[in-house]
Design a protein around this ligand. Structure first.
Ligand SMILES: [Cu+2]
Length: 228
């Protein structure tokens, strides 16, 4: 989860998020190079005496047309690559259905034991010491780690958005429409997210908690849940 006054992304817990963090760093390096060049030219212009002997400068015009084009290609290509990678969903081990409601999430494991439960935020007054305010829920989404998970996302009333930053997932939940996304968790852990579409008065009070566990733990959890 995010630290107070954190500067940058959370550590990646899925391959897609690793790519996204890398792309973010790459884009920032391009921006740094551009800023340095512009700053250098600005100082140069302030230092030098102004002259206007460059009325006809074909070469420099050619350079400052082609160079930005190359920079744009350097940004667009990796961006498109990640976009298509995020779109790819092949052979998921598990399909999870997330339904946004005012103001809680309902989860259904429709292809696995037909599990279904609601996930409400734990109010601050009932929060155990050391737990995270506005982030903990009564029923976490438990998924097996290192398995491809498909998430089908929809809403029961208004627009919501199912987002878990450390997994690189953010998909709108739209009433009457099924949106699809997927992720693989690379390590066991508890990953926090929040509804990311302004959905009403209690928009801040419908967090998402994904718990990634080894497969035997997941099977334990699911058999406990299906018997209760
Ligand atoms: Cu919402």
């Amino acid at each position: 989860m995010a630290n107070p006054s954190q500067f940058g992304f959370q550590d990646a817990s899925s391959p897609i998020m690793e790519e996204l963090v890398e792309f973010h760093d790459h884009a920032l390096m391009v921006a740094l190079a551009i800023c340095s060049l512009v700053l250098y030219l600005l100082t140069l212009m302030l230092m030098e005496k102004l002259s206007s002997n460059s009325v006809d400068a074909q070469e420099v015009e050619l350079v400052w047309t082609i160079l930005p084009a190359i920079v744009l290609i350097l940004l667009a290509l990796p961006s498109l690559q990640i976009l298509y990678m995020m779109d790819e969903i092949d052979e998921p081990d598990l399909t999870l259905k997330a339904i946004g409601h005012q103001w809680y999430w309902t989860y259904e494991y429709t292809d696995f034991k037909d599990l279904s439960f609601d996930s409400y935020m734990i109010p601050t007054s009932e929060l155990p010491l050391g737990h995270f305010r506005l982030l903990e829920v009564d029923h976490r989404v438990v998924v097996p780690m290192e398995s491809p998970i498909r998430v089908i996302i929809t809403a029961g009333d208004v627009l919501h958005s199912w987002a878990v930053p450390t997994l690189g997932v953010k998909t709108d939940a739209i009433p009457g429409r099924l949106n699809q996304t997927s992720f693989i968790t690379t390590r066991p852990g508890i990953f926090y997210g929040q509804c990311s579409e302004i959905c009403g008065a209690n928009h801040s009070y419908m967090p998402i908690v994904v718990e990634s566990t080894p497969l035997p733990h997941f099977e334990n959890w699911s058999s406990l849940l299906s018997t209760s």
